[in-house]
Design a protein around this ligand. Structure first.
Ligand SMILES: CC(C)(COP(=O)(O)OP(=O)(O)OC[C@H]1O[C@@H](n2cnc3c(N)ncnc32)[C@H](O)[C@@H]1OP(=O)(O)O)[C@@H](O)C(=O)NCCC(=O)NCCS
Length: 155
């Protein structure tokens, strides 16, 4: 099943802070796009970002380096899907690649007309790695939904 996406681009000065490092917001934007493509490819329906879990930045990505986002479906639930994203930098002079961030996003498929959540196809993991990510996604979902409930209770 096609439920992956990879995008890359060269970091340009317009996307950088005064230290010459890519802005966090730009990284989030690219993560959102790559994950949306992976989700759309899985369900073949329009989908929206419902949430993004914890995101940290382990290494800066410099102007002139390549930013690479690899996104793949971890698990499809009912109308929602967890997509995992990994971000890398590539130094185009040396070829050195660094893993700079990871994130988990939840996308929800919507009915094109009513704009209401609709069920998506099941995803059957095959490789050992896919099965591991599929199992972990269920645990994260439980924590995520419990966290949302907790926060909405104190609003
Ligand atoms: C996400 C959205 C469609 C959920 O709508 P809703 O009416 O609350 O839907 P439901 O309560 O029926 O839940 C539908 C699914 O979304 C999941 N979901 C809802 N809110 C969620 C959240 N904050 N994080 C993770 N999953 C969420 C539910 O767990 C459920 O999953 P399941 O069908 O796989 O069991 C709705 O809140 C929305 O449209 N948000 C705006 C999305 C958007 O515009 N994003 C772009 C950035 S602004």
């Amino acid at each position: 099943m096609n439920s992956k996406a990879e995008i890359s681009e060269i970091v340009l000065p317009n996307d950088a802070n005064i230290l010459g490092n890519i802005l966090g917001g730009k990284v989030m934007h690219l993560i959102d796009i790559a994950c949306a493509i992976a989700a759309f490819r899985h369900c073949r329906k329009p989908c929206v970002t419902a949430s993004i879990d914890f995101l940290d930045f382990k290494h800066p990505i410099k102007v002139g380096e390549l930013i690479i986002i690899k996104a793949s479906l971890n698990r499809a639930f009912n109308s929602s899907m967890e997509i995992g994203a990994r971000v890398f930098s590539e130094n185009l002079y040396t070829g050195e690649i660094k893993h700079t961030s990871s994130a988990y996003l939840t996308f929800v498929a919507l009915d094109e007309e009513k704009k209401k959540p609709v069920p998506v196809d099941k995803y059957i993991p095959e490789t050992e790695e896919e099965i591991r990510r599929w199992k972990q996604a269920e645990i994260r979902r439980k924590h995520r939904l419990a966290g949302i409930q907790k926060v909405s209770g104190i609003r």
